[in-house]
Design a protein around this ligand. Sequence first.
Ligand SMILES: Nc1nc2c(ncn2[C@@H]2O[C@H](COP(=O)(O)OP(=O)(O)O)[C@@H](O)[C@H]2O)c(=O)[nH]1
Ligand SMILES: [Mg+2]
Length: 352
Amino acid sequence: MEKEPECPDEVLRRLPSYEEIREYVLRVSREPVVLPKSAGRKGLLRHRIKVERVHGYIARNVLEPLRTLRNVLGVSFYERIASNALPEGVSAKEVVGRLLGKLGVVEKLSREYRLRISASFDAVEAGELYREYVGRVMSIVRRQADYIELANRAIAELRRTPCVDPELPVVAVAGLPQVGKSTLVSAISTAKPRSSPFPFTTKEIVMGHVTLGLARFQILDLPGILDRLPEEMNEIERKAFIAVTETADLVLFVIDPSEGFYYGLESQLNLLGSLRRWVKADVIVVVNKVDRVSRERVEEVSRAVAGVLPGAEVVAISALRGEGLDDMLSAVARRLGGASEREQPEDEHRRG
Ligand SMILES: Nc1nc2c(ncn2[C@@H]2O[C@H](COP(=O)(O)OP(=O)(O)O)[C@@H](O)[C@H]2O)c(=O)[nH]1
Ligand SMILES: [Mg+2]
């Protein structure tokens, strides 16, 4: 049975490239093997030990990390995040499956050549067999060089991805660029993401934790999403979109109500409407930057929100000045509390 998935940044290791593997194998081939005086048939034993070294290196540094990666990819959030970092149409799962299949043959070859070397006539024959073994192993590895690079891209992306604890609720902070998502997350959580007056500052998913009395939840600061179809999004927007759809129990949709806001109110409302269609999670609409606009404008924006999402809960805050944050957090706690009450009967059912 597969182990429980663990945090990608803790368990995932980069794979050695084809060149690094070749370098190791060349070194093993060159370096003398020191044997005790008492050892018999030294010429054979030396080459058998070299086969074991090559095999051990590939098993520990390639096959084992690949199995860990396969395990992590069992969580669909991680699988989609990893595939998002690969070229269009390439799935991380397929890359790993292919590598494990092709490179797994090294295990069989190693067994075969250990036996053949042990049964060989003399050191000359053992040396020939060893060279044949290395040739076959390296030709397998060489043919997978591009796939090893793809796996490393997936691994690098997953190591940058926060570890989502499935036991704790997830609140995802979404909206267009520049609306104040990072400022908000840094005002209320342990995370201190960078905020700035320049769009597209946030390129990674950043995880923070919030403790509210006895309740605890995870909060995700996300890259901004422009108002366009998922298939038109770039890699970074898609990453935010995947995080919202795969992990969120609740979405805080942040709106900048300023009249001079670069992206305008309409595209913010469009994105809100689209998210509502694509995402099952609850949404609370957060009208931010109220320090910059009149009360009338906040009411106008709230009415416009109601036009898109009738009955939606709207809270007004200034993330920068820390205004309205307590009310917003109470609204979040109410929703999450409600969600866990709804889940309880299901838990009973699962246990029974
Ligand atoms: N006046 C005002 N500016 C804010 C507020 N929240 C964020 N900002 C500013 O808006 C800009 C974008 O903020 P940031 O958090 O990086 O937005 P993000 O792209 O949505 O993460 C920064 O210059 C922030 O200082 C707010 O409540 N009031
Ligand atoms: Mg940001």
